[in-house]
Design a binder for this molecule. Sequence first.
Ligand code: FE
Length: 139
Amino acid sequence: MSEITTRNVNKPDAQWREELTPEQFAILRESGTEPPFTGEYWDTKADGSYRCRGCGAMLFGSDTKFDSGTGWPSFSEPAVADAVELRPDNSLLMRRTEVVCRNCGGHLGHVFPDGPGSGGQRYCINSCSLAFDPADKVD
Ligand code: FE
């Protein structure tokens, strides 16, 4: 199946490699996964917003973040529904739903139907794919 989605941000891998750390590149551009309990934000409880590390798009708010016990940042829903794209991922002998940044195509993580909120979703997202903006930041 060909990739037909048009991205607002399209960069060659060489440019992504310059802009991202090797670990960020492996996750955002090669669909990798950081080890649990190692990422920058798995235990972050501060108020603010989480943007895409690749393109800066607003993805998740701290008001939907919860402690899932998995060791990855977990959210009940995106801050903006259109900001993420969901697609089937049947790799590693599992049926999962991949979560991708719609703006740049960056891999964020996966979503599972066992979340605690009314929507029942658990967005399991790599810290490496995110950049946290504290709510009290002065621009
Ligand atoms: Fe992005």
